[in-house]
Write a protein that binds this ligand. Structure first.
Ligand code: FES
Ligand code: FES
Length: 163
């Protein structure tokens, strides 16, 4: 029965969210159009710009290339879910603000989510590892130097907080 194959639930930002989506629909489309989570941006729709980056089970992924039918039991985190339970900014968000690591900011949610995936795996990355990890994210405004600096600062803040 076709309706039985619809996707009716996704775990997003720590909560189970009800929806009704074709399994072939992209995660990005469902997040934005059905769940009102518009922080993840549509840039290319082809996995080439990173504007749509989210975390899936803690790993950065391009949500424009992921079908919701593949996500049963997976945990999705979007930029809206990155802040702590108290609502405070994540260290990456604060670092991007402090260092003004954006101009138009269209790429920023994806940059922050890609960086969050990196810091989760590697809390103290070398600069070359940051550059390598951010290869899938494009900033048309060219703020790469400040983006790398912000990620480095966030890594330092994380380290200080852990002491
Ligand atoms: S919109 Fe997903 S990578 Fe560009
Ligand atoms: S700040 Fe404009 S695309 Fe990155």
């Amino acid at each position: 029965m076709a309706s039985a194959r619809r996707v009716t639930e996704l775990k997003v930002n720590g909560a189970s969210r009800a929806l009704d989506a074709d399994p072939e629909a992209t995660l990005l489309g469902v997040l934005r159009d059905q769940l009102d989570l518009t922080g993840s941006k549509y840039g290319c729709g082809e996995g080439k710009c990173g504007a749509c980056t989210v975390l899936i089970d803690g790993q950065a992924a391009h949500s424009c290339r992921i079908k919701v039918g593949t996500l049963a039991g997976r945990s999705i985190t979007t930029i809206e879910g990155l802040a702590g339970p108290s609502g405070g900014l994540h260290t990456l968000q604060q670092a991007f603000l402090d260092l003004e690591a954006f101009q138009c900011a269209y790429c920023t949610p994806g940059m922050i989510m890609a960086a969050a995936g990196l810091l989760r795996e590697k809390p103290e990355p070398a600069e070359s590892e940051i550059v390598e990890a951010m290869q899938g994210n494009v900033c048309r405004c060219g703020t790469y130097t400040r983006i790398v600096a912000a990620i480095r600062r966030a890594a330092g803040m994380t380290k200080e907080a852990a002491r």
